[in-house]
Design a protein around this ligand. Sequence first.
Ligand code: FER
Length: 185
Amino acid sequence: MGKRILKHAILGLLSKKDMSGYDITGEFKEEIGQFWSAKHSQIYIELKKLLSENLISQYIEISGEKLERKMYSLTSDGKNELDQWLTVPEDTIETEKDVFILKLYFINHIPKDRIEALFSNQYNIRSAKLTYLREQYQHFFGEQHPLEIASDQLGQYLVLTKAISREKSYIDWLSQSLELIRKRK
Ligand code: FER
């Protein structure tokens, strides 16, 4: 990974609190995994690198009789590295990988009813995602006015509202396209 994005995602997580490798993997399965994925194996490789670069440190936490967990925390070098990454502007737009769009590019010879079926399927799963995102929004922000969002929730608010707006626009395009395909001879 040329830009070592995972490295910075891990630094970001550790800036919130100390975590074990297991905790970090859990974060990638849950919330952060909704918009950035990483495998268990990649995470452990990255943790080793971060340790050797002195961007994180390690300690053993003893919880209960013989439960020992290896915990990681951000060092001050790590915090500087994170802040530097967070504030440097992106100079390119990452290509979004969307298999559905890739299929469309090659789809001209497929019969119309099959294309329609692909679109309705995409419509259904995207609508379910939008419903889920709206529930998340409701859960975290309820009826709060955007100007009243706490500063430690601003990032999540921005990511979530971006996702909602993206899915709405995707769904609009899907239904327009479905209508177009149906109307064509
Ligand atoms: C969340 C659940 C889902 C969230 C973001 C997402 C930031 C999804 C983001 C995306 O699809 O880009 O709680 O909080």
